[in-house]
Structures are given as C-alpha cells and as structure tokens.
Design a protein around this ligand. Structure first.
Ligand code: NAP
Length: 253
C-alpha cells in the first residue's frame, strides 16, 4: 500500500456522505489520513460523522449542500480552499438517488431529481473540481456508478438505469478528453451491485428489506465500496483504473 501514502494529508471531497456508501468512503479516507470535506443535506448526520472521526489521522470539514442547487455545488470548492488553503486533490461523486417506478407511470419530479443529482450534479462538481486540479496538475476523480450502468432494460428502474449509464458515459468521455490533454488527472468509476444502505428501502417506501434478498445473495456492505476507493487511490501514477465492477456473490449483472 506504499502508493496510497502519497495521498496522506491531501484533500478529498465526498458528496453524499451522510449515509451508506459515502459515509463509509469518508470514514475510510479520514482514518487513512486525508483532509476530507463531506457534504449532504442532512447536516446532523455529517456532524455525527465528524464527531466519530475526532482523533483519527485525517481532518473533517462538514459542508451542507443540496446537489440539486448549482450554487451549493459551486460553493463547496471555495469553502475547501478557505479551510485548508489549497484546492482539492480527490473528488468522490457519490451522492445519488433512485425512484422505483415503471416508465409509463413515472412522475416528472422523480425523474428530474434523479437526473439532477445522479447526472447533472456529477457533471457540475467534476467541471468545478477540474479547474482546481488543473491548477495543481494532478488529481483523482471517482464516480460511484452502478452495475445498472451496464444495463438498459430493468423494469421499474428505467430512469435510474439511464442516469447510471450516463455516469459511465461521462466517466469514459472525460478520461478520453484528459488523455488528449496529457494531464496527471485520473478518472475512475466504481460500479457496485446491491449494497445494504438506506437507498433501496427508500426507493420502495420501505417495502424492500435487505433480509428478503438473503436467500438469493448477501448484499455488499458500504465498506466493500470504500475498499475499492482505497484500491483505486493505491494504484501507481502510471496506472489508471477505469472501472471496478463489484457485486454480491450470485447477483446476476
Ligand atoms: N445501494 C445500492 O445498492 C447502490 C448500488 C449501486 C450504486 N449505488 C450508488 O451509490 C451512491 C450512494 O448511495 P447509497 O446506496 O449509499 O444510498 P444512501 O444511503 O441513500 O445515500 C445517498 C447519499 O446521497 C445524498 N443525497 C441524495 N440526494 C441529495 C441531494 N439532493 N443533495 C445532497 N446530497 C444528496 C444523501 O444525503 P442527504 O439525503 O443527507 O442529502 C446520502 O448521503 C449513489 O450514487 C447510488 O446510486 C448504490
């Protein structure tokens, strides 16, 4: 893990860190020793995370932000510079949401929410982060996609699937653009299968429980995705991880 050490003391931003995967990623980065800004709407959750992490190797900056508001997203970057005197080195685009409905019955508000948070916010945060990283000459962007980003016919998840396909397209396109510029900025995606977080129960108004899946397979845990983030960061500067597809054993893609 020597290569990972080069990120110690560097600055990360994790979006959607108030629960699930983002919370686990933020904790892993802070424990490892990164200065980590965490954002979400539920500030009480972020404050609790910061309290838990007191005494760990890294530092925490709590920033309340609604990823549906461009001004909130743009405000994250100067706040980070103000706190640590430098722009960020690592951006983890994790915030996301899902509404489970057939396309024929989908409501426009739910679609807009998914498109705004899962796609537009990723594009805006990435664009803003790139301005900062280009000044520094290097950096790492990590997009949390989904195994659904490789699917295009999942009933009840048509728009969510569309957003995660869009994330995969943006990730790969940006890599090609950056390769053309020969920067030292890497972009990679992590595409998990089912992870036990608040998301699925929320998507089904509590009808879904992870326990109901256990006969078929054991869902991933948020820490499994956090470990994939650490792996991505641990690769040497001459290597670039494009995507890590990780699903529960026995879950079909
Ligand atoms: N769980 C899975 O099975 C699974 C599988 C593959 C990929 N993913 C992806 O993993 C990512 C994290 O999801 P999760 O499973 O950890 O779900 P989660 O526990 O529901 O967490 C979602 C996070 O996104 C934040 N968020 C949602 N809307 C936001 C908004 N408008 N502004 C700011 N933050 C917002 C939430 O914070 P607030 O509500 O406090 O704002 C929360 O921190 C998502 O991109 C999701 O698509 C999940």
């Amino acid at each position: 893990m020597d290569e990972l050490d080069r990120w110690k003391g560097k600055i990360a931003l994790v979006t959607g860190a108030s629960s699930g995967i983002g919370d686990a990623i933020a904790r892993a980065l802070i424990k490892f020793g990164m200065k980590t800004a965490v954002c979400a709407r539920r500030k009480d959750r972020l404050d609790a995370l910061a309290k838990d992490m007191a005494g760990e190797a890294g530092e925490v900056l709590v920033l309340q932000a609604d990823m549906e508001k461009e001004s909130d997203i743009k405000g994250l970057f100067p706040a980070i510079r103000k706190k640590w005197g430098q722009p960020l080195d690592v951006l983890v685009n994790n915030a996301g949401t899902g509404v489970r409905k057939a396309l024929a019955a989908g409501d426009t508000k739910g679609w807009a929410e998914m498109l705004n948070i899962n796609v537009l916010a990723v594009a805006i945060a990435t664009r803003e982060a790139l301005q900062e990283m280009k000044g520094k000459g290097e950096g790492q962007i990590i997009n949390i996609g989904s195994m659904y980003g490789y699917q295009d016919r999942i009933p009840m998840a048509g728009m969510y699937t569309a957003t995660k396909n869009a994330v995969r397209a943006m990730t790969n396109t940006l890599r090609t653009e950056l390769q053309g510029e020969r920067t030292k900025i890497r972009i990679g995606e992590i595409s998990p299968g089912l992870v036990a977080t608040e998301m699925r129960p929320k998507m089904t108004n509590g009808e879904f429980t992870y326990e109901s899946y256990f006969e078929q397979f054991h869902p991933l845990l948020p820490k499994d995705v956090a470990n994939a983030v650490l792996y991505m960061l641990s690769t040497p500067p001459y290597a670039e991880v494009h995507d890590i597809l990780i699903g529960p054993m026995y879950q079909a893609l």
